[in-house]
Design a protein around this ligand. Sequence first.
Ligand code: NAD
Length: 368
Amino acid sequence: MNAPMTKPLSISNPHTPFDHPEFDGHEQVVFANDTASSLQAIIAVHDTTLGPALGGCRMWPYANSGEALTDALRLSKGMSYKNALAGLPMGGGKAVVIADAKTQKTPEMLVALGRHIDRMAGSYITAEDVGMSDRDLEIISTQTAHAGGTKARGLGNPSPYTAQGVYMGLKAAARHKFGSSNLKGLRICVKGTGSVGATVARLAHAEGAKLWVADVYKPNLERMVNELGATQVETSEAHKADVDIFAPCALGADLTPKTIREIKASIISGAANNQLASPDDGEALHQRGILWAPDYVINAGGVISIGLAKPGDTDDTYVRQQVDAIGDTLTKIFDRAAKENQPTSLIADHMAMEIIAAGKDKKAMTDA
Ligand code: NAD
């Protein structure tokens, strides 16, 4: 028999996951290693009150494992909030792989990751995120049934659903700010005209909106100019465009104290993740009277398509109805923010926490 431990393990080390400032009661954090394929991944499961933790897998060349852990914890908590407000029977989780997707990704690494996800027995369901493609998800799903967003397991590419949700969000914001959800005649600047941004621009154009577009990738930009007669803007000037709605659909952190001072639009609603450079920027937008559609609410169409689709699904009617309901959720957030004179960012977080807390109460009653 082993001698009992005389001294309890210290948990005061600031580098242990339990003491991490972003830990926030995470249910499970898995450090997945496969030496043969050089896989090093962290899979964080924040909360499974509402259902299995659904969240994408990101591959990124993090400088160290601490940086990767911070990202995994922050993103998985974000997924709990996003899935709750999307009305999904899903909790929040996220996987991050410490590798450069352009130079270090191998099929063997993805197979090893799939095996690790499978060992979690469905507490975590993976999907696409930065650095991962449809093809990568197909490889992961050779090892586990717990991978969404592939054609074999559902409706495939989530981008069209994300774009549809953003379009409904634009309309909800226009209704709240201007009294009508009709985009006809409104001036909209779309920054980032990739998979989601281009579709949003097309939907708004079809309804009669006038478009301004910015993108660092010329072919995407020129396509919008030729197809929709959109006006080109420099990417660094996009947020300053003299328009009614600014739709950030490129990368994150477009909303900083400096850009917020320069924005002329009275609505900001776009697909990009993590639009606020810091939580204080939500308050700054509120102070300026700019209506901000919280990013994780408006861009939930993709996760809805993954979370609700069943293997072999071809009919997406129900999924589309749920994606369209993003507009109603945003209206509730806008109305409550106005009533309580609070930033929409804060109200969205509160509403997500309330949904999760109600789920916990319901579970406790069922378990009692
Ligand atoms: P994408 O890669 O297809 O398109 C992004 C576009 O932004 C590209 O055309 C790129 O050239 C452009 N871009 C990059 N940096 C830029 C810059 N500094 N200025 C201007 N343009 C720039 O990506 P996507 O799938 O369309 O996603 C767009 C955003 O929406 C991302 O922030 C993504 O995280 C978020 N999002 C996407 C989905 C989805 O289903 N695809 C779901 C939720 C959130």
